[in-house]
Design a binder for this molecule. Structure first.
Ligand code: SF4
Ligand code: SF4
Length: 402
């Protein structure tokens, strides 16, 4: 149920936002250039100017339950045009991190993934789980051609005991799905509570709004509006669909091997050529998309925006997963068994890390953004007037101030 919002300033929250990547937010002097520059901000609820003053005042509840921070696609057009260098794009990104952390269930995992002081523990937990799997599988490489999975412990007929991988990775995925659903449910309730819709305003049902949101998200329509960092459309699209292709490949292989009892593609099981093509094309798209993102982040930070620990942790895990997977495949083709097994162990480590931390890392933005866009559509919040053409610069600051 909606309720009146009492704006309680929380100065520690402002400090936390600054530490999370919004380092320049105090430079903002409310000129509104950013809200004019943003091509995707709805005309009836423009952003990010209002979020900047909320951030300065430490209005935690308003910011953490503001759907507009997720309508932002981090194109950075606002930051490149801000006359004060307040970097509103970075401030919104920092708020999104805090939303993920604040809604994390269980809360400890939000801290584990979001705080740099927990880095060793965050990577150490999946590392210990994997070491246990390796110990139970019986350390050591099998003789002959590369064979990653073992169906038996004795005699050992592959590198890692497959049933253990199946149980532990399925449990990690189940934990993440349940946690993400609970987190998003709590976030959706908060959106309703903190964003009362005026009486008499028409509402659309949520499910059709969700379908509408997905129709926009899947082809990445909104990303095309970006100017300062427009290559992000290509890199994000490649990474997104590459990841979906890899997930579908994994699901098909698991079904074929576990349910139908077929040989895995690496052992040339029958009918696996289409699966191999899907897996390899998806892996290439994933790695190329990530490569572009990484290159741009390192070479053009003024256009991509700053990168916080939260960004780097996610990039590290996702890059390590993608590159170790691709190298594992290449080394198997090259017949270098020792290298292939070591890399395969690294690959499993990072896949497990990725799976475990889906609801707490930047990965969760897939869920939060979808929910926020759907909610905004159901609340008729994102109305765009056909008067915001691309390439129109913001008005001069003096004009806005006068
Ligand atoms: S353009 Fe910069 S100074 Fe102006 S309101 Fe936006 S963030 Fe603040
Ligand atoms: S980063 Fe881009 S989408 Fe986000 S508020 Fe700024 S201009 Fe708008």
């Amino acid at each position: 149920m909606a309720r009146d919002i009492v704006a309680e300033p929380d100065l520690q929250f402002t400090k936390d936002l600054i530490a999370a990547g919004g380092g320049d937010l105090k430079k903002c002097y409310q000129c509104a250039t950013c809200s004019v520059a943003c091509k995707v901000a709805p005309d009836n609820n423009p952003y990010p100017r209002k979020e900047m003053i909320w951030a300065q005042w430490g209005l935690k509840d308003k910011l953490l339950n503001d759907p507009d921070v997720w309508l932002c696609h981090q194109c950075n057009d606002c930051s490149t045009q801000c006359p004060r260098g307040a970097n509103p794009g970075d401030a919104l990104k920092a708020v999104r991190k805090m939303v993920i952390q604040n809604n994390a269930k269980p809360g400890f995992f939000g801290k584990l993934v979001g705080e740099s002081s927990m880095f060793v523990l965050a990577l150490g937990i999946p590392a210990v789980i994997l070491l246990l799997i390796l110990v139970i599988s019986g350390f050591g490489f099998p003789e002959g051609a590369v064979k990653y999975s073992a169906h038996h412990l004795s005699p050992k007929d592959g590198f890692i005991y497959l049933p253990l991988i199946q149980i532990i990775f399925t449990a990690a995925l189940a934990f993440s799905v349940v946690s993400l659903v609970m987190s998003l449910k709590s976030y959706l309730n908060n959106l309703e509570t903190y964003n009362p819709i005026p009486l008499g305003t028409a509402r659309k049902p949520f499910i059709p709004s969700l379908v509408e949101a997905l129709a926009e998200i899947l082809p990445h329509t909104t990303f095309k509006e970006c100017e300062a960092n427009n290559i992000r459309y290509t890199s994000h699209l490649l990474t997104f669909w590459g990841m979906i292709g890899l997930a579908v490949t994994t699901a098909i292989v698991a079904f074929n091997v576990d349910i139908l009892g077929m040989l895995p593609p690496s052992q040339n099981g029958p009918g696996t050529i289409p699966i191999k093509i899907l897996g390899n094309v998806s892996a290439i798209a994933f790695v190329v998309g990530l490569g572009i993102m990484l290159f741009r982040r390192l070479t053009a930070p003024d256009q991509t925006g700053g990168s916080s620990y939260f960004d780097w942790f996610f990039l590290l895990v996702i890059c390590a997963t993608g590159f170790s997977g691709l190298l594992t495949e290449l080394l198997r083709w090259a017949g270098w068994a020792g290298g292939a097994y070591v890399l395969y162990a690294f690959h499993l480590w990072f896949v497990l890390t990725l799976l475990l931390y889906i609801p707490f890392s930047k990965f969760a933005h897939l869920g939060y953004r979808t929910v926020a866009i759907a909610w905004a559509k159901s609340a008729n919040r994102n109305v765009m007037l056909p008067t915001k053409p691309k390439g129109v610069s913001a008005p001069p600051v003096e004009a806005v101030e006068s």
